[in-house]
Design a protein around this ligand. Structure first.
Ligand code: CIR
Length: 253
């Protein structure tokens, strides 16, 4: 169960965030409104939300999930794969230092975005992507082992991050899309397979037996809803334009 979350207010510079989506530039005011809705939803899921200030130097800083992996007793801070995002970690770290005794940090030449890390019980699946390299993953696995966790890697090529295509909904339930439908690593899960046309919805977020799902993906809502979990739909169209999804917008702990 989670009781807290960290988010970061988008800066006006978000319109210059990194993207491959080809959906045009996000509308700042609408992004801000969607971000406020997101915060209200986290609060409705009984989380206390820490809101970090916007920083115009970092157009992608609202995607706080990439800066850290938070485990019950320790935090692992990443070294984001995109150079323009490396400076984002400091602000996230400054609020988390007080919560954790054990802190590890990914160091050069390692790189990792925590959007590439999916926690399933005491195991972490780490996507090797354009952002997360072998060295970064192996530093994370060593840190995980010192926290009593294990880690394993799998290569991804279709989407930006591992969790762009897969989400764990607890109790062995996994939402999967695209290339990950055939991944042997995930064959033992109860899979909820999404249509290719709705693959963006695979980035959903389990919070205390509710699931946040992106608005606009009706077939996925029906499939995920069949689990019996309460679904909360949220419009994140402006973040989708920056290759970001629901999970990227917060760190839950
Ligand atoms: C980036 O390319 O880094 C951002 N525009 C999007 C990051 C999304 N984060 C995530 O999927 N965990």
């Amino acid at each position: 169960m989670f009781s807290m979350a960290i988010v970061r207010t988008p800066a006006k510079s978000l319109v210059d965030g990194i993207t491959t989506a080809g959906l045009g530039k996000p509308d700042y005011d609408l992004a801000l409104e969607q971000h406020r809705d997101y915060i209200r939803t986290l609060e409705a899921c009984d989380l206390s939300v820490i809101i970090l200030d916007a920083d115009e130097r970092y157009p992608d800083a609202q995607f706080v999930e990439d800066a850290a992996l938070l485990l019950p007793r320790g935090a692992i801070f990443t070294r984001p794969g995109a150079e323009s995002r490396r400076g984002e970690v400091a602000a996230v770290r400054s609020v988390l230092d007080d919560f954790y005794d054990q802190i590890d940090t990914v160091k050069a030449p390692g790189s990792a975005d925590a959007g590439d890390i999916m926690v399933v019980g005491d195991h972490c699946y780490i996507g090797l992507s354009e952002r997360t390299n072998h060295e970064g993953a192996s530093q994370i696995i060593s840190a995980l082992e010192s926290h009593g966790y294990t880690g394993s890697t799998l290569s991804i090529s279709e989407a930006l991050h591992l969790k762009s295509s897969v989400s764990y909904l607890e109790n062995n339930r996994l939402v999967v899309s695209g290339e990950l439908c055939d991944a042997v690593e995930f064959s033992g899960f109860d899979q909820i397979r999404l249509d290719q046309s709705e693959r963006y919805a695979a980035n959903c977020v389990w919070i205390n037996d509710r699931v946040l799902v992106a608005r606009g993906y009706p077939k996925s809502i029906e499939k995920i809803g069949a689990t019996g979990l309460e679904i909360i739909e949220l419009d994140v169209s402006e973040f989708c334009k920056l290759d970001g999804g629901l999970s990227c917008l917060s760190l839950r702990f």
